[in-house]
Every structure is written in C-alpha cells, then in structure tokens.
Design a protein around this ligand. Structure first.
Ligand code: HEM
Length: 467
C-alpha cells in the first residue's frame, strides 16, 4: 500500500461527513469490542467510518494500514491544528474528547519540536530505567516494596484468605505510590487524580474541568520542584530542558501521569487477567519464567491503548477502501489490528511460546512509547504481576471472564475491577503494627479522604515523609 501524497480525492469519492456512521461506543463495544471490529471490517474493509460521541472519525482496523498511519509522520500528523473540522468550527462546542487534545504537550507535536521533546524525556527518564544508577536501583526497590506493603495491608484488612479487588486494592494504589515517588510529589497522590485522568480520556461529561484540575495539580508540582529540586522525574525534566516553564512542565507531567497510572495499571490488570482466565500460552510463558513474554502476550490479547491517539491527514490519500481528505481525523486501532494479526499468523504466532513482539501495545513509529518509558513500564508491570504470583498461593476470578466490567473508552480498554478469591502463601509479607501509642495522630477526615493510602501510611512504621 503506497501513500499517494500528490493525489487528490476524486470528487465522487464519499467524504467522511457525508457518510451515515454508527456510534462506536455502544453497550456491545463495552462487552465485546472484537465483534464490533469484525463487523466493521466485514462491512467496510480495513478502514471504517464511525461516530465518536457525535463526531465522524475514520477507524483504521487492519494491521498494515495501522502501521502505515503510525509510521508515516509526513502524511499523518499529530498536531490537532491539522484537524479541518476543528479549524472550521464544526465540532460541538462541548465535545468532551477535545479537552485532552487541546493540552499542548509532546504527544501532539510533530517533526523537530517533537524530536526535541522526546530527547528531553529520554534524558530525564533514562536514570530511572537504568538498574545500575542509584535512582534506578532505588525505584526498583520501591516498586517491589510498595507491592509487598499492599499485599501485607490486604492481609491485615481482609485476612490471609478471602476476597479482594486487585484493581482498587492493589494495582491503582501501587501505581499512585510509584507516581508519587517518581514525580517527587510532596504528598501522596490520591485516587481522585486517577478519576480525573479517566474523565479526560473517556470523554466524561466533566472532561474539561477534570483536565483543568489535573493540569493545575501538575503545574503546582512543577513550581514546587523548581524551588526544591530533587532526584525525581520533575526535576530531571527541568534539568534536561531549562526552558520549560511550570505550565509546560505541568502539561508534560500530566501526559506521563496518564501513561504511568492508567495505561501501566491496565497493563498490570490485563496481564493478571490473562493468567487468571487460563490463557494457555500466557500461562505457559509465565511458568517458563518469561515474565516479559507474558506481558507481550497479554498486550497482544488486550492492548491497554486499544485505539491510539488521533492522527490527521496532511494531504488527500487513499487508505483501505476510502479516500481520506486532508484534515480528516483517523483513529488507528491497535486492538483491531491485533485481531487482524492473530487471524493472519495464528498458527505460528500464538500457538507457541515464540516471541510476539509484533504487537502494537507500545505503539510504533515516531510517537511510540519512548524506550526508557517502555522499560520502566515493563519493569513495573513485571514486578507488580510477579509479586502477586510470589505471594498468592491461590487466586481465582469470582466472576466469569465475560461478566467482568470494562471501561471501554475511545482510547483505553481497561478493567474496572478484578475481583478474586485468594489465599496468601505462608511466607507472604505481614504488617508489623507499631505500638498505636507511637503513631502520629491522623485526623479522621484525612484518613477518610485518603482511603487506602492513608491507612497504609498510618500502619507503616514511620510512614512516608514529605520531602
Ligand atoms: C505498560 C505500560 C505502557 C504502555 C502499554 C504504553 C503504551 C504507549 C503507547 C501505545 C504509546 C503511543 C501512543 C500513540 O502513538 O498514540 C505510548 C507513548 C508514550 N508513552 Fe507509553 N506506555 C506505557 C508506559 C509508559 C510509562 C511508564 C511512561 C512514562 C513514565 C510512558 C510515557 C509515554 C510517553 C511520554 C509517550 C508519548 C511519546 C510521543 O508522543 O512521542 N509510557 N505509550
């Protein structure tokens, strides 16, 4: 398939706005997105027009076409200013997905501006990804320690056998603790931040205010760290690019927080689910001690970034069965492309423990997950998943897999809860409760507001301190 940069769409080819489109985000999509992708492919071929909250979008379904969109940056632009419907004022004024796209940060830049921002990120992230650097070593220790603390807290609160939600009681707090540490936040980040990121990503009714709240929090953090630099990502971003002001730095942190909390968290849950539901190849790779391969297989089965961020056509181009006009919006779907990939290569790719790195879980092309971020993400996922299997003698789903509730947004597909019946192994970590008389007093209201993390801080000897 060749992009035809100088071609012009024939006048009689259907324009996106003239096509009758079905809404993508339906109850069926929530329950079984694969069935929706199959039907769209059968009706339209590799590219299908769909409605996203009332706005028509080209959804790219087939692996080859998705790769073309991700890799060919001169044709497929990230800057939202290329979007014709936006430039011409044709979008509903309160279209909820726009809030996130209006936040100008690295993801929505092109060409040299984008490459410079990536260099900054790489320089700032690399020390944390490098196990030999002091901060990299410390972060690795911290992730494992937080996971152990959460298992110990679970044992203290719910017993060594019982029921728990591995989302709310393990994965979400773990990623918040990691973000607090990595970003150098002076206070523990709370679950309300994750909810605001969800509202923005999923285009909830209050996506605009939620985006504003999260941005304000990260701008404050940038200002705080500028006054008191430390060994954290915020300070290292500032060092790598001294021209970043607090607002720009806040925007970059905001975007990293999405990947770190929501996307990495979903990758943890999706991997746990694939193992718990008995995906034979995933289990086989886990028992062969190939945790990295387990994560690859889970990403192939269920990529957390199900549909990548929008791209905008720089020029008229034919893609799949349609002419895409300059300024049209496209959404490349990793989840649909994986379905296509599995259909193409099922016998050799999935039936064995051969590597499945062809997955698009990390994206592809110039905007793919930066290598340092990817290694950090993989480290967090494998530690989080590995710790569960180290400490749980038994864990089984309490709902049939097809009844688990999912968040199926325009971008992300992630589990809302992962309920399991569990038994901890005899050597699972325990909380050493200090003498209550020695604990610092925590006002009741604060403990209510902070929930699990506040409980942790109360129970841990010494707690975690401000810096
Ligand atoms: C398992 C966890 C992760 C997964 C599955 C993941 C996946 C992705 C994907 C699919 C993209 C490309 C999106 C697109 O092209 O539309 C991306 C980009 C990005 N990711 Fe990750 N990511 C993960 C972890 C992380 C972590 C931990 C960080 C930072 C701490 C991070 C930072 C970024 C950044 C900054 C970009 C934007 C790159 C650009 O636009 O040039 N990611 N990630």
């Amino acid at each position: 398939m060749e992009a035809q940069p100088h071609a012009t769409a024939p006048a009689d080819s259907p324009a996106l706005g003239s096509l009758a489109v079905q809404p993508l985000l339906t109850a069926e999509f929530d329950a079984d997105p694969g069935a929706v992708y199959r039907r769209l492919r059968a009706t339209y071929g590799p590219v299908a027009p769909v409605g996203l909250m009332g706005v028509p979008v080209w959804l790219v379904l087939d692996y080859r076409e998705v790769l073309e969109v991700l890799k060919n940056e001169s044709q497929w632009r990230r800057d939202v200013r290329y979007w014709r419907a936006r430039a011409q004022g044709e979008l509903p004024y309160d279209w909820p997905l726009l809030a996130g796209y209006e936040v100008r940060q690295m993801m929505f830049m092109d060409d040299e501006e984008h490459r410079a921002a990536r260099r900054t990120h790489h320089a700032a992230l690399r020390p944390f990804q490098d196990a030999k650097s002091p901060v990299g070593w410390e972060l690795r220790q911290a992730v494992a320690r937080y996971a152990d603390e959460l298992v110990a807290l679970l044992a203290a609160e719910s017993g060594r056998t019982g029921h728990c939600d591995l989302g709310a009681q393990y994965t979400r707090p773990l990623l918040l603790m990691v973000t607090t540490k990595l970003f150098g936040c002076p206070v523990d980040l709370g679950d309300e931040l994750v909810m605001d990121l969800w509202r923005m990503l999923d285009g909830g009714p209050d996506a605009g205010p939620a985006t504003g709240r999260a941005l304000a929090a990260f701008t404050r953090l940038a200002a705080h760290r500028r006054a008191r630099p430390g060994d954290d990502l915020t300070s290292y971003l500032m060092l790598a690019d001294p021209d970043l002001d607090d607002e720009q730095l806040g925007r970059e942190l905001f975007m990293n927080a999405v990947y770190l909390n929501d996307i990495t968290g979903n990758m943890v849950l999706n991997t746990l689910l694939e193992v718990l539901r008995g995906n034979a190849t995933v289990r086989r790779s886990l028992s062969a001690g190939q945790l990295g391969e387990t994560v690859n297989r889970a990403a192939l089965a269920n990529p957390p970034v199900a549909n990548m961020c929008f791209r905008f056509a720089a020029r008229d181009v034919r893609l799949g069965g349609f002419w895409i006009r300059a300024g049209d919006i496209v959404s490349p779907s990793a989840a649909a492309a994986h379905q296509d990939l599995l259909a193409i290569g099922s016998s050799t790719m999935v039936g064995s423990t051969v590597s499945t790195r062809a997955h698009l879980g990390w994206g592809a092309g110039p905007h793919q997950c930066p290598s340092a971020a990817r290694e950090l993400g993989a480290l967090i996922v494998s530690t989080a998943v590995g710790r569960v299997f180290d400490h749980f003698a038994q864990a089984e789903l309490t709902l049939p897999p097809d009844q688990l509730p999912w968040r199926s947004g325009p971008v992300v597909r992630g589990l809302k809860v992962l309920p399991v019946r569990y038994a901890l192994s005899p050597d699972a970590p325990v909380l050493h409760r200090p003498d209550p008389g020695l604990l610092p007093a925590v006002p009741h209201q604060e403990s209510q507001a902070r929930g699990l993390l506040a409980a942790l801080r109360r129970l841990m000897p010494g707690g975690r301190k401000e810096s």
